[in-house]
Design a protein around this ligand. Structure first.
Ligand code: SF4
Ligand code: SF4
Length: 436
């Protein structure tokens, strides 16, 4: 696609990167067919090609973002299905990340949206605040309709997504591996340990069983992905720099073979730290090193010598999180690991489509998110599975909010099948009676 960026604009690394992305697009429209929002809304401007045109026009002219442009960019899930489809290697993720930051700087949203976005950016990346917010949401659930009336549908969506019970916090536990094959850091995360603390404990057990020593790096915090997708560029870079500093110290002091991630949304962002900090001379090299070490837990376990698993032949519908399949191109390892652990793995139809979670999307765009979730569940339920597995806490919460089938993390199942305890989400389900 021809671009008209001026030399002065191209001196800005963000503009230069976006110009390079736009130039690769040949307007073929292949991506449109696999875009969930185009599929639902049928509007070219709610598909990747249309959005690329909108972003090109906005960035080239350095125009004030209009309400129409913001609407179509906000409706994008950043699911990156378009990137998997694109034959021309268009890095839509980098372009839309830049456009979101551009909009955030220049566009004044209605007060309700500003309030919600600020609240989410303040609460979600901080486990203490998030835990407190969940407790408050449970207590005030009866007042949800009033809140929704004042602040809008996102409030109702937030209450609907709040789990009915609070998971007990689990202190981070590490133990030395019986056979030392390597040393890895496990991302401690922000939302996952609050919502499902059992995932981290399961991940440590499985990594240990695979002969890997697990370290928790003190001071590490949210990876920045939540604020990054809200266009809060500086806040995201601040989070990235802090973690890069901490992990670099750990690499240099004790050595790390990998930085293991159990939340694929975070993994995609950490793998992109090298790009995000490329223009910062103090961080570019360190960030690239950290990104190269970041691995989804299923990538690390793929060739690990795990003991034979006993999945009791239970049928697992594997939901491939967008951030894992489209963001990191990790598609086979989770399914192969589950099959090797003795589960019967089934893949739902339309597996390339997002479940509607997408960070804070299911709160800010509840109508589209609910349609996507229901479509996802329809395809999953058609398989009549015993269990649904996914590798991203956002998808797990989103799918569980409408499912009668238990939803667990892939690593919880691998842990259970190879000697760990029953995942808490499976307790009390019918099939658990025939299991030891
Ligand atoms: S990221 Fe997903 S929702 Fe956004 S344009 Fe691409 S396919 Fe469509
Ligand atoms: S598939 Fe790629 S090249 Fe074709 S329109 Fe979409 S982004 Fe552009």
């Amino acid at each position: 696609m021809q671009t008209r960026f001026s030399p002065a604009q191209l001196a800005d690394p963000e503009m230069a990167a976006s110009a390079a992305v736009i130039r690769r697009c040949v307007h073929c429209g292949f991506c449109t067919a696999t875009c969930p929002t185009y599929l639902l809304l049928g509007d070219e401007l709610d598909g990747p090609r249309g959005r690329i045109y909108l972003m090109k026009e906005m960035l080239e002219t350095e125009a004030q973002p209009t309400a129409e442009v913001v609407l179509h960019i906000d409706r994008c899930l950043s699911c990156l299905s378009c990137m998997t489809t694109c034959p021309s290697d268009v890095n839509y993720m980098h372009l839309v990340d830049h456009a979101r930051a551009y909009i955030e700087e220049r566009y004044k949203r209605p007060w309700r949206e500003r309030l919600m976005r600020s609240l989410l950016a303040w609460v979600l990346p901080n486990p203490k605040r998030f835990r407190l917010a969940l407790a408050l949401a449970r207590l005030t659930r009866p007042a949800a309709p009033i809140g929704a009336l004042i602040v809008g549908p996102p409030v109702a969506a937030m209450f609907a997504l709040t789990p009915r019970t609070q998971a007990r916090p689990v202190a981070p536990e590490t133990s030395p591996a019986p056979v030392r094959r390597g040393r890895v850091a496990l991302l401690q995360g922000c939302a996952e340990p609050v919502l499902r603390p059992g995932i981290r404990a399961a991940a440590v057990r499985v990594l240990n069983r695979a002969g890997l020593h697990v370290a928790f790096v003190p001071g590490e915090a949210c990876c920045g992905s939540l604020v990054h997708h809200m266009g809060r560029h500086e806040a995201a870079l601040e989070a990235a720099r802090r973690n890069v500093d901490l992990w670099t110290r750990e690499i240099d002091t004790n050595g790390l073979d990998a930085i293991v991630v159990t939340v694929s949304g975070c993994g995609t962002t950490i793998k992109d730290y090298g790009f995000m900090l490329r223009a910062d001379p103090a961080y570019a090299e360190k960030a690239a090193r950290v990104s190269a070490l970041a691995k989804d837990i299923t990538e690390v376990l793929a060739d690990a010598p795990l003991p034979p698993g006993d999945g009791r032949g239970l049928k697992v519908a594997y939901h491939s999180a967008c951030s894992l399949q489209h963001g990191q191109s990790v598609t086979e390892a989770p399914k192969q690991l589950l099959a090797a652990a003795g589960f019967t793995v089934a893949s739902p139809a339309e597996g390339h489509l997002c479940c509607g979670s997408a960070g804070t999307y299911n709160i800010m765009q509840p109508k589209i998110a609910a349609q996507l979730r229901d479509r996802k569940l329809f395809n999953i339920e058609a398989l009549s599975p015993d269990i649904i597995a996914a590798g991203n806490i956002g998808c797990m919460v989103q799918i569980a909010s409408g499912a009668n089938i238990p939803v667990v993390h892939t690593v919880e199942l691998i842990d259970w099948a190879t000697g760990g305890p029953l995942p808490p989400a499976l307790a009390g389900h019918d099939f658990s009676r025939r299991l030891s």
